[in-house]
Design a protein around this ligand. Structure first.
Ligand SMILES: [Zn+2]
Length: 259
């Protein structure tokens, strides 16, 4: 198992259409990369977030930087899928994106552009029910910036804590609805309580089952099952997996081993 200790990524990602994936109405984009002013760049009207991001890629790469585009999956309340653009220097290290003093990032009144960065002093912003596949902007910045992006690997990210301190772990699974690969995020309490709460094991269970749901959401009251959403409160409980889950996990591991 490879273990990497990394600083939280700074402001290194642009997210186009974070709010509702709206199309552009036309405007100008101004930003700084590593302190240098870039723009204003004209963005036309009626562009999807992906099309706007592709325009930005042209401008940013002309300025000598590298980009990595990931188009999300359209959520039920979105017009189009949002688009994330990671910006790196020519040597591959993460660039630092900022705003011009006293100028908005974009003058487009409809299509939002946000800068993604990770600030762990206030905890990692965790996803709500509508972001279960896409994650929050902060989570996506963390995963996109630090993931090794190798197919067939599962990545576990450890942070100090989640915002609000209620969550101890969450997972993302590679699926048509998700673009973050197989990854789990845990806070230090989840590791500290490893012998009683099994949070780490529970999140690995989500990844190996390829399923983010819990048996209790289907009316199953067996709190001693590992995948029960309240298994972590069954301190010292058996935390079992079923035979069916066991065979799904074994098959998944074999599949991963052959990639
Ligand atoms: Zn769970």
């Amino acid at each position: 198992m490879d273990i990497v200790i990394a600083d939280p990524p700074g402001p290194c990602m642009l997210s186009v259409g974070e709010k509702y994936g709206l199309p552009s109405s036309g405007g100008e984009v101004r930003l700084t990369i590593d302190g240098g002013k870039l723009g204003p760049w004209n963005i036309g009207g009626e562009l999807t977030p992906e099309q706007t991001a592709r325009d930005l890629i042209r401008y940013i790469e002309n300025a000598g930087f590298r980009t990595e585009l990931t188009v999300g999956v359209r959520g039920s309340t979105d017009a189009f899928a949002q688009a994330d653009l990671l910006v790196r220097r020519a040597d591959g290290t993460l660039a630092e994106i900022g705003q011009w003093p006293n100028e908005p990032l974009t003058t487009d009144s409809m299509q939002s552009i946000d800068i993604g960065m990770v600030r762990l002093d206030d905890g990692l912003e965790s996803y709500g029910v509508n972001e279960i596949n896409m994650g929050t902007l902060e989570e996506r910045t963390l995963l996109r910036a630090l993931s090794n992006k190798e197919p067939g690997t599962m990545e576990i990210f450890i942070v100090n804590r989640f915002e609000g301190s209620r969550k101890q772990g969450e997972s993302f699974i590679a699926s048509p609805a998700g673009t973050l690969g197989d990854a789990a995020i845990l806070d230090w309490r989840a590791l500290g309580r490893a012998r009683t709460a099994y949070t780490f094991t529970h999140e690995l269970g989500h990844l190996l089952l390829g399923d983010l749901s819990h048996p209790d959401s289907r009316g199953d009251r067996r709190t001693w099952l590992l995948m029960h959403s309240r298994a972590s409160s069954a301190v010292g409980g058996p935390n079992r997996i079923t035979e069916e889950q066991c065979s799904i996990m074994r098959a998944r591991l074999e599949e991963l081993g052959s990639i």
